[in-house]
Ligand binder design. Structure first.
Ligand code: DOR
Ligand code: ZN
Ligand code: ZN
Length: 464
């Protein structure tokens, strides 16, 4: 197949050109082609299929390094089919799936079941992140790593495995695993508040009468996030300084959904203090674009962990993205049913769908010249592939997987969650508009944003 008359994003620049796709991969890319070069390309095109892109923009498929696809005992919230369909229709061609599932993905047996369930049920490629098995069982850890998981995730607020993540000896054990197996550790950074601190916030809430989203923010405050980030980094530095370690064997740590100035600056400081440290972080579209003063038809649509913060944080983070200082975006797509979200605040779960708003809203910033295209492509596609060693992904390059997204600019329209493919048909981006139109999305050269597509996604495995 040939995609012709396109504007192709490649290595930081836009070129007019054409792409030949054969056997799942980008076979040839030609820029500013003359007629004779196009004819030559057409001769090589075995299926003779050509798509005239009418000067639309071709980008590498988006890689979302943070999502919750649910399925199994939470299929009412989302399934592999519905979640990955939502991704496919949004231009997201690879996703990482988190382990706080039901049952939790903390044993070899469970993870094998999850992977089996995903086979033939995913419209995009999916990589699995595991929880740490109970008691740090060495044999189990080795077996889990051998399944090709992309990393381990820890939740200090809600441990999946009864391991106390406030105990630094457990962090040291975790770093040992990461160092030994070269496996990334994904961290949900939040230092749990004490019961007393929570009671105090409840009292303030009763007296001062602030909004639900402000209350939620105080229950999981900026200082708790920063405290856990600091705590992990201190332990990390202690670990790498504590033994003669080749930098190639340094543990790999990744902070999920950084939501505030404080933890951002703490991570940046560590990163610049020593270039050998393997520390990365992501920011979500909602922490880049929303604050806890948004007005919603239902406050629980904005209930998420980490909470939405005051708008100085989101404005600061968006500006850092604009300046090219934020390497990774992850949606934290975390669907819950509308019924669950319609309960009172204390009962409603945190999280909301994120796949279908992400490219529409962040690329809209690009279309409005508020974000350089290259910073978007770096954070959305190139860096995820490089930082997490995803072979042949993230770039429009010959020999790479033909995972592509073709976008167009159309008259402004309001995003309507009723049209979402996810089961969770609501969003905190109520009444947000965009001019971004996702025209076509390809996974290994097959169009996936069409209703009759086949779930051809593959499980991607970390192989080092
Ligand atoms: O808001 C959230 N929802 N934060 C998390 O860390 C988990 C997620 C979920 O799984 O629902
Ligand atoms: Zn999290
Ligand atoms: Zn999450």
């Amino acid at each position: 197949m040939i995609l012709k008359n396109a504007k192709i994003y490649s290595e930081g620049l836009l070129h007019k050109g054409a792409i030949l796709i054969a056997n799942d991969i980008i076979k040839t890319v030609i820029f500013n082609p003359q007629e004779k070069n196009l004819k030559k390309l057409a001769k090589k095109n075995q299926d003779h299929k050509e798509i005239d892109c009418q000067n639309k923009l071709i980008l590498p498929g988006i890689i979302d390094i943070h999502s919750h696809l649910r399925d199994m005992d939470q299929s009412e919230k989302e399934t592999f089919l519905t979640g990955t369909k939502a991704a496919a229709f949004s231009g997201i061609t690879t996703v990482f799936n988190m382990p706080n599932t039901k049952p939790p993905a903390i044993t070899t047996e469970q993870i094998k079941l999850w992977m089996k369930k995903a086979e033939n049920n995913i419209y995009v490629d999916v990589g699995f992140i595991a929880g740490v098995p109970k008691g740090f069982d060495e044999e189990e850890i080795k077996n889990i790593v051998n399944l090709g998981i992309l990393g381990f995730k820890i939740y200090p607020l809600n441990s999946l495995n009864e391991i106390n993540w406030k105990d630094s000896s457990n962090l040291q054990k975790l770093f040992n695993i990461s160092s030994k197996f070269h496996t990334p550790i994904f961290i949900h950074a939040s230092y749990p508040l004490s019961e007393l601190e929570k009671e105090q916030i409840d009292q303030e809430f009763n007296l001062e009468n602030f909004s639900i989203l402000e209350y939620h923010n105080r229950l999981d405050p900026v200082k708790a996030e920063e405290k856990y980030v600091k705590y992990v980094i201190e332990n990390y530095i202690k670990y790498v300084n504590g033994k003669p370690l080749d930098p190639k064997d340094y543990p790999i740590i990744h902070f999920c959904h950084v939501s505030c100035i404080d933890s951002y600056l703490t991570i940046k400081k560590a990163q610049t203090s020593n270039k050998d440290l393997k520390i990365s972080f992501e920011v979500t579209p909602h922490h880049l674009l929303l604050s806890n003063t948004i007005l919603l038809s239902n406050d629980n649509f904005g209930k998420v962990l980490p909470p939405l913060r005051k708008d100085n944080h989101s404005r600061f983070l968006f500006n850092e993205l604009k300046e090219g200082s934020i390497n990774l975006i992850g949606t934290d797509h975390a669907p819950h049913t509308l019924d669950e979200k319609s309960q009172k605040y204390s009962e409603a779960p945190s999280g909301f769908p994120g796949f279908e708003t992400y490219p529409l809203l962040i690329l809209y910033k690009v279309f409005k010249f508020q974000l350089p295209l290259e910073n978007f492509v770096r954070a959305a596609s190139e860096n995820p592939a490089e930082i997490f060693s995803l072979k042949n992904k993230g770039f429009i390059r010959e020999g790479y997987d033909a995972d592509l997204l073709i976008v167009d600019k159309i008259p402004e329209y309001i995003i309507n969650p009723h049209n979402f493919k996810t089961k969770a048909k609501y969003t905190p981006f109520e009444k947000f508009s965009t001019t971004v139109y996702i025209w076509k999305v390809f996974l290994r050269g097959i169009e996936i944003n069409v209703d009759n597509s086949i779930p051809n996604g593959k499980i991607i495995r970390r192989m080092l």
